[in-house]
Design a protein around this ligand. Structure first.
Ligand code: HEC
Ligand code: HEC
Length: 208
């Protein structure tokens, strides 16, 4: 019964999220125009969005809808990324849509997951932690980590574990709060321990 209640709550949460994110529309991007506009990004996000620095997210293969929302949030200050301060001030909605289309067209490379952490990470990712009401990540981010491009839920698979750890801790502390209403990531990360976060991040880095 308890599992059923959790499952219903999750279904409701997912439905609310879909509705909230569906209302977010954006310009149609042009990947080849985006390639030259994104040249400046490679210093931190690597060639073709394939960052080699653990703190800097890979953008390759991320869905366009999510990328555009993050760029808008970073530009407006709704999400603080100190290293990108002012960087997008002169980027129009069309520029951001073009860069997003370019990164979305790339394929992300995978990292190797730590074998000692895989089991714990996989179990939380696929089943959540029912007794703590932690939702399964796979419900929104898909079992293969591809995310949900229509809804704009981010792909996670192949991401640097250091970056994923930083994001989960930032959501948990509320330092990152741009996950909208009903705050799916702040709710989900609230009850995760550091060890569970590390296990999830490691599992995700090799997920495909
Ligand atoms: C000086 C380094 C630097 C440059 C240059 C830079 N970024 Fe970033 N960017 C970062 C860092 C660091 C983060 C992650 C910060 C954090 O931990 O939240 C980030 C995050 C992002 C994110 C969020 C990714 C996600 O998965 O949520 C997007 C989108 C992004 N950058 C796009 C761009 C684009 C487009 C450009 C070029 C116009 C660019 N960045 C240039 C350092 C940089
Ligand atoms: C109800 C849906 C939902 C569930 C369940 C969920 N997420 Fe998320 N997650 C989201 C959404 C939506 C975002 C994007 C928020 C935004 O716009 O910034 C996100 C963002 C993230 C990010 C940031 C990605 C990036 O590139 O910066 C990570 C990491 C993440 N989720 C991991 C997880 C993990 C691990 C779990 C399971 C413990 C989980 N999520 C469960 C909806 C969900």
């Amino acid at each position: 019964m308890k599992n059923l209640a959790t499952k219903n709550a999750l279904t409701l949460l997912t439905t609310l999220m879909m509705a909230a994110f569906a209302s977010f529309s954006h310009a149609q991007g042009n990947a080849s125009a985006g390639e030259s506009k994104a040249a400046v990004c490679s210093a931190c996000h690597g060639n073709a969005g394939q960052s080699t620095i653990g703190e800097n997210p890979k953008l390759a293969g991320q869905n366009a809808k999510y990328l555009i929302k993050q760029m808008q949030d970073i530009k407006s200050g709704a999400r603080t990324v100190p290293l990108m301060t002012g960087l997008l001030n002169n980027s129009s909605d069309q520029d951001m849509a073009d860069m997003a289309a370019y990164f979305a067209a790339q394929e992300v490379t995978l990292e190797g997951a730590d074998p000692e952490l895989v089991e714990l990470g996989e179990s939380i990712y696929k089943a959540g932690i029912a007794k703590l009401n932690v939702a399964a990540c796979s419900a929104c981010h898909s079992p293969t980590g591809q995310g949900n491009p229509q809804a704009g839920f981010p792909a996670l698979g192949g991401q640097h574990s250091q970056y994923t750890i930083n994001q989960l801790k930032a959501f948990r502390s509320g330092e990152r709060s741009n996950d909208g209403n009903p705050m799916p990531m702040r709710i989900v990360s609230e009850r995760l321990t550091d060890k569970e976060i590390e296990a999830l991040a490691s599992y995700i880095s090799g997920l495909n």
